[in-house]
Design a binder for this molecule. Structure first.
Ligand SMILES: Cc1cc2nc3c(=O)[nH]c(=O)nc-3n(C[C@H](O)[C@H](O)[C@H](O)COP(=O)(O)OP(=O)(O)OC[C@H]3O[C@@H](n4cnc5c(N)ncnc54)[C@H](O)[C@@H]3O)c2cc1C
Length: 401
């Protein structure tokens, strides 16, 4: 790309996707301004799983040392049955990831991932991320775009990227209102200080507990000092609540009554349980118009059953920056980005919904059926095949033609 003029890219939303795009663009010499609605960027969220497809992008952005320091290299992974506690080894995820993909599979606190991206962005442009700035819309013409903030500020740039999450205002302004649909699936989330747990629950392994109408995923974060708890349950009385809602410990306990003692112990050690009602939107047929596009949850919010929401946003950020770098004409660059990303993102959304059934399996009500179920659904070879196309993706080199 020519070096005479670097575009000013405006980004709505300073979450994982917005900041990845910002960093990738800044590293390529673009001017970038991110507008984030939060008044301050404080520690928030729980654990995220970063597959080699996401980690590869972080390494490319120069974050290898930080990612290794802040992430936990996932070692053993197990499947356990909700009531008997029977355990099957899955595989050593860390080792497999290194040998198959050349980069680790990392578990990280969302706050650490977010602050790592933010710090790297600020190192290049200290005022790149402007807080307390809620985006409400935009205007565009053939020469540029004007971002409109709720407080009346208007900011002019060359390109606008809507990275403003599930309830994206940019998406609404681009394509009109369409509400996310409640799925009937909900999550509990929580963080546990591992020091407070009995010895046998402190092992640095990931565990998928499978049950008849829900499951629990546990994995270590922050060098094994914290255990991330994600409990999925089927219930229809949480719709309308955002995931950041604080839940009641009694409700959490009631949802896992009858589960194995280890789960009871873990649930009993969660400080603040957060509730997250899961929403889905129809994948968009078109992501961009003119000089405005979307990325991450704003255009392809996914259920968490493939653990790919953050990874998809990270991949989007890298591919978008490459497209803007390679193609001078902004609308053309956005078309290339969309063409490179849409099929994969849509497929992740669809497969993630299908995966829900794999975790919530009514066969598990019959203890005799559990062995067959685990053997058929959780055999290591099957899992490898199921995830290969997801984890092997290389956003740094995928063709943009
Ligand atoms: C606070 C938070 C915590 C999360 N914690 C977890 C977690 O613990 N584990 C997990 O697996 N996933 C978590 N997620 C979801 C996960 O991070 C996202 O699914 C994924 O990273 C997709 O990234 P994204 O950048 O598209 O969206 P997000 O990461 O959701 O970022 C969107 C950003 O846009 C901002 N925003 C929204 N509307 C506006 C607006 N009108 N104007 C300006 N800014 C706006 C939001 O405040 C947010 O910072 C969390 C999301 C959020 C917002």
């Amino acid at each position: 790309m020519s070096m005479q003029y670097r575009k000013h890219v405006l980004i709505a939303g300073g979450g994982i996707g917005g900041l990845t795009a910002a960093l990738a663009l800044l590293r390529r010499g673009f001017d970038v301004s991110v507008f984030e609605q939060a008044k301050e960027l404080k520690e928030i969220g729980a654990g995220v799983q970063l597959g080699p497809n996401g980690v590869r992008v972080l390494y490319e952005l120069g974050l290898e040392e930080q990612a290794r320091r802040l992430g936990v290299d996932a070692q053993a992974k197990e499947v356990r049955v909700w009531n008997t506690g029977k355990t099957w080894p899955l595989f050593n995820l860390g080792q497999e990831s290194m040998s198959r993909y050349g980069v680790p599979y990392l578990m990280m606190h969302r706050a650490d991932l977010h602050s790592m991206l933010l710090a790297a962005t600020r190192e290049i442009k200290p005022d790149a991320c402007v807080v307390d700035s809620r985006v409400s819309g935009f205007e565009q013409d053939a020469h540029g775009v004007v971002l409109i903030l709720e407080d009346g500020r208007r900011i002019r740039g060359d390109v606008l990227v809507g990275a403003d999450g599930l309830h994206s205002a940019t998406r609404k302004a681009l394509f009109g209102p369409d509400s996310p649909k409640f799925t009937g699936g909900c999550c509990w989330r929580g963080i546990i200080d591992t020091e407070s747990l009995p010895e046998h629950l402190r092992r640095p392994v990931g565990v998928n507990w499978v049950g008849p109408s829900g499951h629990v995923i546990l994995y270590p974060v922050r060098a094994g000092r914290l255990l991330n708890f994600v409990g999925h349950i089927e219930r229809d009385d949480w719709a309308g609540e955002s995931w950041t809602e604080e839940g009641r410990v009694e409700d959490l306990r009631a949802d896992y009554a009858g589960w194995h003692d280890d789960i009871q112990t873990i649930v009993g050690h969660i400080g603040i349980p957060y509730k997250w009602a899961l929403f889905l939107r129809e994948p968009l047929e078109c992501w961009s118009r003119g000089r405005v596009t979307l990325l991450g949850d704003a255009c392809h919010a996914t259920l968490p059953y493939l653990a790919q929401g953050a990874n998809m946003a990270i991949e989007d950020g890298m591919v978008l920056a490459r497209a803007l770098d390679e193609f001078d004409d902004a609308p053309e660059a956005l078309r290339r980005y969309e063409a490179a990303r849409k099929e994969r993102a849509t497929c992740i959304v669809t497969k993630s919904s299908e995966n829900l059934g794999r975790f919530h399996n009514h066969a598990l009500l019959d203890p005799d059926a559990a062995d067959d179920y685990v053997a058929s659904e959780w055999a290591p070879d099957k899992i490898r095949d199921r995830y290969e196309w997801i984890l092997s993706y290389d956003a740094v080199h995928v063709p943009l033609a």
